[in-house]
Design a protein around this ligand. Structure first.
Ligand SMILES: Nc1ncnc2c1ncn2[C@@H]1O[C@H](COP(=O)(O)OP(=O)(O)OP(=O)(O)O)[C@@H](O)[C@H]1O
Ligand SMILES: [Mg+2]
Length: 354
């Protein structure tokens, strides 16, 4: 038999593999009732055409921040025509300029951005928002991906729209950092009202529930063993309570079951893909580093081993910030360091980990 026909006709555990893809929107968000309600309550004034307080959603990777924000935005859109919600992924739009461009595009502004300054774009956006008569609601997801000046710049534009242009703009900021507020300039911190919703890591039982729902959506009935789900949940729970990790592990295990021609995802399949799931996590964490952290890591990788002093002098960044970046890189396991004490003084030597 033709190999491709044979592969094609062989059975698969999947009924809808796209249920495991990163941009899949689950029809139900489990175990986030309080967070959903809190965010909705916060946004409720928009229903009356009024400004809502800006809010920060913070918590570790894979705890449902993006999913929940998109879900609530969708519900708001459905409930009222008074809002103009815009979702911005800061990993894709890395500058104040391009975020303003995305805002303009969402307002159907049809003029080329070429040759225009960010301030001009802001001016057009303000004009268009006024014309629309709607309350703008801007979600800045993964805001940690913006360099500090771009981050402060865009937040200033949006949070000060009321004082500067008489427009009530609401901002939802999504971040991994619990110390996000401290990373902002003081004038911006004071405009960003202190409403914050913290997303906790999922427990093993919660991850199991999420996986069960996902299995029902993506796998054929009866094509998984409950213990296999439990193993994926446990693995993700031990690695930060990250639902993305749990879902990825189940997806990879499903692929492994297919490869072996099995009709069911079994614990043995999960065992086999554990390493690959870990690699995926690593790649994801590296992608999620800020531009500055990536710079520091690249410098250490280039050098192999490098003294802290040499590192500070090579980077055009402030020394205290570099120390913070190094601490985070070490915590995440990207670099390791040893302290050397000598008569000339103490120094730390950094090296990259595989
Ligand atoms: N409560 C939930 N119910 C169902 N699926 C969920 C839930 N929470 C997260 N997920 C799924 O887990 C994955 C990660 O969720 P999400 O992208 O929302 O995390 P995040 O907190 O935004 O992470 P990051 O900080 O890395 O951006 C997605 O595939 C999402 O569908
Ligand atoms: Mg996210």
């Amino acid at each position: 038999m033709n190999i491709f026909r044979k592969l094609d006709s062989s059975q698969s555990v999947f009924k809808n593999e796209s249920a495991f893809s990163p941009d899949f929107m689950p029809p139900e968000i489990l175990h986030r009732e309080n967070e959903t309600r809190e965010l909705a309550l916060n946004l409720a004034p928009i229903m009356k055409g009024m400004r809502a307080a800006s809010v920060v959603l913070h918590g570790p990777p894979g705890t449902g921040k993006t999913t929940l924000a998109r879900h609530v935005l969708g519900q708001l859109r459905e409930a009222t025509g008074k809002a103009h919600p815009v979702y911005v992924n800061c990993a894709e739009q890395g500058y104040r300029y391009s975020i303003l461009g995305a805002l303009l595009a969402s307002l159907d502004y049809a003029v080329s951005r070429r040759g225009r300054s960010a301030d001009e774009l802001l001016g057009y956006a303000v004009e268009m928002v006024k014309k629309s008569g709607k309350v703008p609601l801007v979600v800045l997801d993964d805001i940690d991906m913006l360099p500090a000046n771009e981050k402060n710049g865009i937040l200033y534009d949006l949070l000060r729209m009321r004082e500067n242009f008489g427009i009530d703009c609401t901002v939802i900021v999504i971040t991994n950092r619990d110390d996000f507020m401290a990373s902002l300039e003081r004038r911006i911190r004071s405009s960003l009202l202190q409403a914050a919703i913290r997303f906790q890591p999922y427990s093993p039982a919660q991850l199991r529930d999420i996986l069960k729902e996902r299995a029902k959506l993506g796998l054929l009935p009866g094509a998984w063993d409950e213990d296999a789900l439990g193993m994926c949940a446990g693995f993700a729970a031990r690695n930060g309570g990250d639902a993305r990790l749990a879902i990825n592990a189940l997806w990879l295990a499903g692929k492994e079951a297919d490869r072996e021609g099995g009709a069911k995802v079994l614990p043995a399949h999960v065992e086999k893909v554990r390493g690959a799931a870990q690699d995926l996590l690593r790649a994801e964490q590296e992608q999620n580093l800020s531009k500055e952290e990536k710079l520091v890591l690249a410098e250490i990788r280039k050098a192999g081993r490098i003294q802290s002093g040499t590192l500070y002098s090579k980077l055009e960044l402030n020394e205290r910030s570099v120390r913070n970046y190094l601490a985070r890189l070490e915590e995440l396991g990207f670099v390791e360091s040893v302290q050397i004490n000598s008569k000339e003084g103490n120094t730390r030597i950094f090296s990259a980990r595989k």
